[in-house]
Ligand binder design. Structure first.
Ligand code: ADP
Length: 948
């Protein structure tokens, strides 16, 4: 049932109820009222129905009340006629009153209803407004942003909780305060206070947004980064301002963290010289990190591009490497790794090493490949360089054939290091010889070599190979131009040829030996590769040149060493021969001197013992000289030879040598002519060495001349001092041999064909001794059979002040008294030497001689024998002569004795040591027995160091 209908029915029922109630009440009042007022209660019922139940029920009530009142309460009861006309008035009154009540009720109800509707509306509006306010508040509260609302006067009207938290003001405290008091900001960068233009915003209804984050100064003075926007409230009413404040601390923190991490990444990429890339496999787009283009000098790597365009940059030979690496990554999810060459705009290539990884989507499908790339050209070049240097080193290490090894080195250099490589060496004659010429195409190399031979470089070119060899300075030409070509290559035809080869860059480095002498040059030229050499390449070339030069020199030294070794072997054979030679006559002499064995001479002439002795003595002297020369050579090679210079008058010295050499010259059937200057000539020289020089030259002249020849010795002052010329009419010297005869072991004749003996050391020794004296020596010969001339030039000195009074004797001064008999202790581990000398001294000198063969024995004998003279060999087994001398000096029995050292060592150092050990004299074996006797005769010596 419809609610209205139900209401209607209910009102009708209520009307009925009201009638029933009115009827009941009238019945109840019947006793009191009787027939009067039949409608008394019905008036009330009708009024009630009219007022409260509406028109319909009121009519129902009125009609029912009329009917029932008439029927029940108008006399005659329960009858429908009107007995009394007054009753009709009653009825009409009822009808009138009921009608009036109904009209009144209806109009009042209408009025009431209208009043009720208005109240409802007002209530409703109030409710709506309240709801809206609540919703707004809830909205403001639930907002993630702070909201401050002001009135039109700019004073705070409300703060939401976020604004409260941000500003530090509670809404209650803030309300009524000027906005600037509660919302107070300053610029983040300049730290200047910012004022919100409240009046303007309000006046013009603007919306104001802060330019960027600002710092909100909170109530407690702390600061908070915020962003705010303000706008006027346009509600047609009083208006106001709403400020929306957003806390951006977290956002800024994240932004800063992101910025920092981006910056770190950028720095890391830049520091690692890395470019990062991101390839979207679905779209084919590739994005490179910002700095990639400048880092690799490839503008195409700037920002976004496509993989297809990237592939255009890859060296055609490396595309397959890249493809394989990508396929492996995409198919198997392997990390991506590849090295390939990329082209720069100028056409040159650099090596990129790239690594990356696949980024899959949620379903595991590869969607992106991300990675980094680095320029590894230097590393690759360094690897190649060290491989090249190692291989070149190996080629040089196994160097047996110089030229072949250098050719291999040149071949190794192309095309990795250069397009052309050449090696030039300086030959002993001083000419530059091209040993190797390499190019990837051997035919081209051969052609270039032919051209080079036909048009060799001019030795005085200011640039190029000749200049490098001449100056020893390396040359690097990064970019060959016409001017350079013109300076380096004088020949225009050759220049045209080289121009056609398109030469681009050039390096030439000298090859130097250990003494830093230039022995050749290595040349590298780039052409078709377009390579531009730089300082690093020059360093590689110099390294290679150094290795090559060392290897060359080692190989040459090895060769020389082998040759020297061979010469040494030959020399030992010659030495044995030369030492054996004098032994034969000596042995014969000894046999001849044995009285029992020699039969009386057939011719009746007695054997000339003196002649035999003299011959044996000559042989011994010859042998001693050989050995002396040999020892001097050893000293020269060790650098220990030394002079004992003193003022020496040359002419007497020459006379002495001439008279000593006279017999051997005469014996060789030669004539000796001597031309000496009149005036005295003084040298500051070691007299023994000058004698040695002269003796050697005279001996050679004798040796290399045939009987009947002539030897001339001419001494004359010249510009440089004095010149000593030894000229002979002998076998002469081949021109080729002339420059070499002063070299050690150099002999014109050698091997089995040698007829004239000699060790090949004499002239070498002579030259060293002459040079040690500040002089020079030269040899001249007009050729074989035409004699030779040796000229020694020596510096002279002023005559010393007391030149005339100087003693000339080379032997130690001594007061000779041969008749004096001495107690002599002779110590030598060589028993023969000891016995023979002992016998000589005992027999000839009449001295009392005791022998000892080692140190302890010598000391023992000395203690009982108290020798006046001790002849002591230094090289004794166990305790050496120095030690024995020291002990003898310390012992009472021999401390006054004359101690004479007998030794094979005659250097100044040996003399110093013997002096320090307490020796008085130092004699070198074989000793001159006459000298020994003189020394013995002079004992006891003065207690000062004797001549050493
Ligand atoms: P050697 O012991 O062989 O004589 P030297 O060093 O004295 O050694 O001489 C070297 C070489 O020089 C000799 O072997 C000889 O060939 C040559 N020579 C030296 N002096 C003369 C000379 N007066 N006439 C010809 N040749 C000489």
């Amino acid at each position: 049932m419809q609610p209205n209908r139900r209401r209607w029915l209910l009102n009708q029922l209520l009307a009925l109820g009201a009638v029933v109630l009115a009827t009941g009440l009238r019945l109840a009042l019947e006793g009191l009222l009787g027939p009067r007022q039949p409608y008394a209660t019905y008036y009330v019922a009708v009024l009630f129905a009219a007022l409260y139940l509406g028109l319909g029920p009121a009519l129902t009530t009125a009609v029912l009340g009329l009917t029932i009142g008439h029927y029940l309460f108008i006399f005659p009861y329960k009858m429908w006629f009107i007995a009394d006309p007054a009753d009709l008035v009653v009825i009409l009154t009822y009808i009138f009153v009921a009608g009036a009540s109904i009209i009144l009720g209806e109009s009042s109800r209408r009025l009431l209803r209208r009043l009720e509707t208005e109240a409802d509306i007002r209530r409703e509006l109030e409710r709506a407004e309240r709801r809206q306010r609540e919703r707004l508040e809830a909205t403001l509260k639930s907002l993630g942003e702070g909201v401050i609302v002001t009135g039109s006067d700019g004073r705070v009207a409300m703060l939401n909780p976020i604004a409260e938290e941000l500003t530090g003001w509670t809404s209650a405290e803030a309300v009524g305060r000027p906005l600037a008091k509660v919302f107070h900001t300053r610029d983040r960068r300049t730290t200047q206070t910012e004022e919100l233009p409240v009046a303007e915003i309000l006046g013009q209804g603007l919306v104001h947004r802060s330019a960027g984050p600002a710092l909100l100064i909170r109530r407690d003075g702390t600061e908070r980064p915020i962003e705010a926007s303000s706008s006027a409230i346009r509600d047609g009413g009083s208006g106001g301002l709403v400020v929306v404040v957003r806390d951006v601390s977290e956002r800024l923190r994240i932004e800063e963290a992101e910025n920092a991490s981006r910056k770190r990444l950028r720095l890391a990429l830049e520091a690692g010289r890395l470019g990062a890339w991101d390839w979207d496999l679905r779209t084919g787009r590739v994005a490179w990190s910002e700095s990639s283009a400048s880092l690799f000098s490839v503008p195409a790597l700037a920002g976004e591009s496509t993989f297809a365009r990237f592939l255009e940059l890859v060296h055609p030979e490396d595309v397959s490497v890249l493809d394989t690496a990508i396929a492996q990554s995409i198919e198997h999810g392997h990390p991506f790794e590849a090295e390939f060459r990329l082209r720069r705009p100028d056409g040159s290539f650099f090596w990129m090493a790239s690594r990356g990884a696949i980024l899959p989507d949620e379903e595991g499908r590869p969607v992106r490949l991300l990675g980094i790339g680095a320029d590894v050209t230097e590393r690759r070049r360094a690897e190649q360089t060290s491989r090249f240097l190692a291989e070149a080193g190996a080629a040089l290490a196994s160097l047996t054939d110089e030229d072949e090894a250098l050719r291999r080195v040149a071949r190794l250099a192309v095309p990795f290091f250069a397009d052309w490589a050449a090696v030039d060496l300086i030959d002993p004659s001083g000419t530059i010889r091209r040993v190797a010429m390499a190019h990837d195409d051997p035919a081209k190399a051969r052609l270039a070599l032919k051209w080079h031979r036909r048009h060799p470089p001019c030795p005085d070119s200011p640039r190029g190979i000749s200049a490098v060899i001449r100056t020893g300075q390396p040359e690097l030409v990064a970019e060959i131009d016409d001017q350079m070509l013109e300076q380096a290559v004088g020949d225009p035809v050759m220049r045209r040829f080289l121009r056609d080869l398109n030469l681009r860059s050039f390096i030439c480095v000298p090859l130097r030996d250990r003494a830093q002498r230039v022995i050749g040059a290595l040349t590298f030229v780039s052409a078709e590769s377009g390579r531009r050499f730089g300082p690093d390449d020059l360093a590689v070339a110099e390294d290679l040149a150094h290795r090559a030069a060392v290897a060359l020199e080692n190989s040459r030294l090895y060769g020389e060493l082998r040759e020297a070794d061979q010469r040494k072997t030959e020399f030992l054979a010659i030495l044995a021969h030369e030492l054996r030679n004098p032994l034969a006559p000596i042995r014969t002499a000894l046999e001849l001197l044995r009285p029992t064995k020699v039969a009386p001479p057939a011719d009746g002439q007695p054997i000339d013992r003196e002649a035999i002795r003299a011959m044996a003595c000559r042989q011994v002297t010859h042998m001693a000289r050989l050995i002396d020369d040999l020892m001097d050579i050893t000293r020269i090679s060790r650098g220990t030879i030394e002079l004992r210079p003193e003022p020496v008058e040359l002419v007497p010295l020459i006379r002495r040598v001439v008279s000593a050499a006279g017999p051997q010259v005469a014996e060789a059937g030669l004539e000796l002519r001597v031309g000496l200057p009149e005036q005295p000539l003084w040298l500051h020289a070691d007299p023994a060495r000058i004698e040695q020089i002269l003796w050697n030259l005279l001996t050679n002249a004798t040796k290399y001349s045939d009987p009947g020849g002539r030897i001339e010795l001419v001494v004359a002052p010249d510009d440089l001092g004095v010149a000593l010329r030894v000229r002979d009419t002998g076998i002469g010297i081949e021109p080729a041999m002339l420059p070499r005869i002063f070299e050690l072991f150099e002999q014109a004749e050698n091997g089995a064909s040698r007829k004239r003996g000699g060790l090949g050391i004499g002239l070498s020794l002579v030259r060293t001794l002459v040079e040690l004296h500040g002089g020079s020596i030269s040899a001249r010969s007009d050729g074989p059979g035409r004699g030779s001339e040796f000229v020694v030039t020596l510096p002279v000195m002023e005559a010393p002040p007391h030149a005339a009074s100087r003693p000339k004797a080379q032997k130690p001064e001594a007061t000779i008294s041969p008749s004096t008999r001495r107690r002599i202790l002779l110590v030598d581990d060589n028993r023969d030497a000891a016995t023979s000398l002992g016998t000589l001294l005992g027999k000839l000198g009449g001295h009392q001689v005791r022998l000892a063969h080692d140190g302890p024995e010598a000391i023992r004998i000395a203690s009982e024998f108290a020798p006046e003279v001790v002849l002591l060999d230094i090289g004794l087994p166990g305790m050496d002569g120095f030690e024995v001398a020291r002990r003898l000096r310390a012992a009472s029995s021999a401390h006054q004795a004359t101690l004479i050292a007998l030794t094979g060592w005659g250097q100044e150092e040996d003399r110093r040591r013997s002096r320090e050990a307490g020796f008085d004299y130092h004699l070198v074996k074989p000793v001159d027995t006459e000298l020994v006797e003189e020394l013995i005769g002079s004992s006891p010596p003065p207690r000062r160091p004797g001549p050493h």
